[in-house]
Design a protein around this ligand. Structure first.
Ligand code: DGY
Length: 327
């Protein structure tokens, strides 16, 4: 009998066809995430699941899914899943790294550029019919070229940010719990510094750490006060890495110049203070949302799910120790 999979969202054709060719798929096709009780009920008899970051997979949900062998998240981040509880039950968790690295870095740079050069304010100005003549002092922003970029979190996406910096003649500082090897530092022209130095010296601080207990509120009042008053904060990683209320205070009181945000502390809720600040560019968590990349993420998640169900090592496991024990 083919394995059965719960898929919590209609995925692009290629991924859906792949899943349907090798498993029985229970597809939730609506745009709204499944309510917790319905998700639990539909997961009860499934061998695998392909889910999104809007699905919370906690220990209680897992307890009601005795056959479940794999949770394939269609995202690189997996803070929506209780990985420890899954591991304890011998359930493999997988994510979709690599395929979204470049797209996410493209978008973080887009946020940085849009924030520094006031692109969104300019768009609003034009749409409001205010562009009646060229103005000498209209919407001055900050130069990007020749400045210093501080990258907090120097994994795949952080390094992709550094690669792009070269084209803008931007100096790169980085900080990470693990220092990169010297060859990578040389290739990327990136200098390892402590967090305080990075905050004090950077014109743009961009966040690329996963959300972990250690990175929760990595940026709060103390850190924002260390940044230059002319500096910008960019976050396309996870919202709770930044203390959003303290960021609002920093922006209102001019501790920093602006922020470009794709993610929020209590998504989809956004601190109301952010809406009235013109120095902030707000995006709806779309850093990986390109046609090409979302297709690749979906296909990789399905491949991960099917691999586990067919007794193979999945391409990108989060907790491979589960499989090592059983192989
Ligand atoms: C991820 O992959 O973690 C993004 O935040 C969602 O695409």
């Amino acid at each position: 009998m083919p394995a059965s999979i719960l898929m919590t969202r209609t995925l692009p054709d290629e991924a859906l066809a792949l899943a349907r060719a090798r498993a029985t798929v229970d597809l939730h096709s609506g745009p709204q995430p499944l309510p917790k009780s319905e998700l639990a009920a539909r997961l009860g008899d499934k061998d695998g699941m392909v889910c999104l970051i809007t699905d919370t997979i906690d220990a209680q949900t897992l307890a009601g899914a005795p056959r479940l062998r794999v949770i394939a998240n269609v995202a690189v981040g997996y803070n929506n899943i209780d990985v420890a509880a899954a591991t304890a039950r011998g359930i493999v968790v997988t994510n979709t790294p690599d395929v979204l690295t470049e797209t996410t870095a493209d978008f973080a740079w887009a946020l940085l550029m849009a924030t520094a050069r006031r692109v969104v304010e300019g768009d609003r100005y034009v749409r409001a019919g205010k562009f009646t003549r060229w103005e000498w002092d209209l919407l001055w922003g900050a130069d990007v070229h020749g400045k210093t970029l501080g990258i907090l979190g120097f994994g795949r996406i952080g390094r992709a940010m550094a690669r792009r910096a070269r084209g803008f003649a931007v100096r790169v500082l980085y900080h990470d719990a693990l220092r990169a090897d010297l060859a990578a530092e040389r290739d990327l022209a990136a200098t390892f510094v402590d967090k305080a130095t990075l905050l004090k010296e950077s014109d743009f601080v961009t966040l690329h750490t996963p959300l972990l207990p250690e990175t929760h509120h990595l940026i709060g009042a103390d850190e924002l006060k260390m940044m230059k008053r002319t500096a910008y904060l960019i976050n396309a990683a996870r919202g709770p890495i930044v203390n959003e209320a303290q960021l609002v205070q920093a922006l209102k009181d001019g501790w920093i110049a602006g922020a470009g945000l794709d993610v929020y502390e209590e998504e989809p809720k956004i601190h109301p203070g952010l809406f009235s600040l013109p120095s902030v560019v707000l995006a709806p968590h779309i850093a990986s949302a390109s046609y090409e990349t979302r297709g690749k993420m979906a296909t990789l998640a399905v491949e991960n799910c099917l691999a586990v169900l067919e007794g193979k090592m999945p391409p990108t496991p989060v907790n491979p120790e589960v499989l090592r024990k059983s192989h």
